[in-house]
Design a protein around this ligand. Structure first.
Ligand code: NAD
Length: 281
């Protein structure tokens, strides 16, 4: 029988802890406060940089929810919203699951080999929520994964400034300022993509998990001075036929590597979680 916090809290509010108070964690926290006040209560904020959590708290009520440690956060919430940019994200999520907390995962790229996390969640009777992110068609990908998939490609196009401090681009000595037209920065498989572009390509991991076909997934990442939005184009062919989706996403004002749709999808996933309903993905 599941002991998911959701089941235990049908009448009272669900206590939410935000792990990582950067661009995404802050936007999610403010949206929960503004839009889900009847179902959820922000009870804990933790960031390895205390100035980030202190600053976020100024925009929220109740006050005094900043925690001094992750352990303290885990002791004060039912659901953890993971929005960190950390080398040990997998370990942090594991810790939450071991503490029997449901977890909404934003850093999906860290979980492409993630069988063990999902198995642990099942064993603990808790849930891992993965929002659809900045792409369309995750519901269809999940459906078609029940049959043979022959080929999946993701083409991501982002403005040049979205790659400004990318280590792969620097290593390859790609001079971004000299790019004048559409230029492919990377072509390869999903494992290499999330390793080389950890901040830009979580959607590739979401596609890999939803389709159960990571070995058939090819990723292409391109930039151009003409690109003003983050776009993601997915093409899938298989036994079901052919599927093409494309999103053209406004860049998140607080972080140019992130699409606003990624935050909107997380907030929607949380609303459905709080209400105990789920439509699509
Ligand atoms: N799923 C998606 O569609 C999607 C889209 C965009 C970004 N993301 C991912 O979401 C995560 C957050 O993105 P962001 O734009 O908010 O990044 P950000 O850099 O703005 O914020 C990350 C925060 O995490 C904090 N942090 C780092 N290590 C920590 C630790 N060990 N404990 C607590 N806090 C820690 C940092 O201090 C920072 O404030 C990233 O991993 C990013 O790749 C996912």
């Amino acid at each position: 029988m599941s002991s998911s916090p959701l089941k235990n809290r049908v009448k009272s509010k669900i206590r939410v802890g935000i792990l990582g108070c950067g661009a995404i964690g802050s936007r999610i926290a403010k949206s929960i406060k503004a839009q889900c006040d009847d179902r959820a209560l922000l009870t804990a904020l933790f960031d390895i940089n205390p100035a980030k959590s202190e600053n976020l708290q100024k925009h929220l009520s109740p006050k005094n929810v900043v925690k001094k440690s992750y352990a303290e956060l885990l002791g004060s919430c039912d659901l953890v919203v993971e929005a960190v940019n950390a080398p040990d994200t997998r370990q942090l999520v594991r810790q939450a699951l071991l503490a029997k907390k449901d977890v909404l995962v934003m850093s999906v790229g860290k979980f492409i080999e993630g069988g063990s996390i999902f198995e642990l969640a099942q064993k603990q009777g808790v849930r891992v929520l993965i929002p659809s992110g900045a792409i369309a068609g995750v519901d269809a990908l999940k459906a078609v994964s029940q049959q043979r998939i022959d080929r999946i490609t993701l083409t991501t196009r982002k403005p040049i400034y979205g790659f400004a401090d990318n280590a792969f681009v620097q290593q390859k000595r790609i001079n971004l300022s000299q790019i004048t037209r559409e230029t492919v920065l990377f072509e390869g498989n999903v494992r290499e993509a999330v390793k080389c572009f950890p901040q830009n390509i979580n959607v590739a991991a979401t596609i890999a998990l939803a389709s159960h076909s990571k070995d058939k997934l090819r990723i292409r990442i391109a930039t151009s001075p003409e690109f003003k939005v983050n776009s993601h184009e997915i093409e899938v062919s298989g036994e079901f036929g052919r599927l093409v989706t494309r999103t053209e996403n406004v860049v998140c004002p607080d972080n140019p590597k992130t699409s606003l749709l990624a935050v909107l999808s997380a907030v929607r996933a949380l609303k459905e979680y709080f209400q105990g309903v789920k439509i699509g993905t």
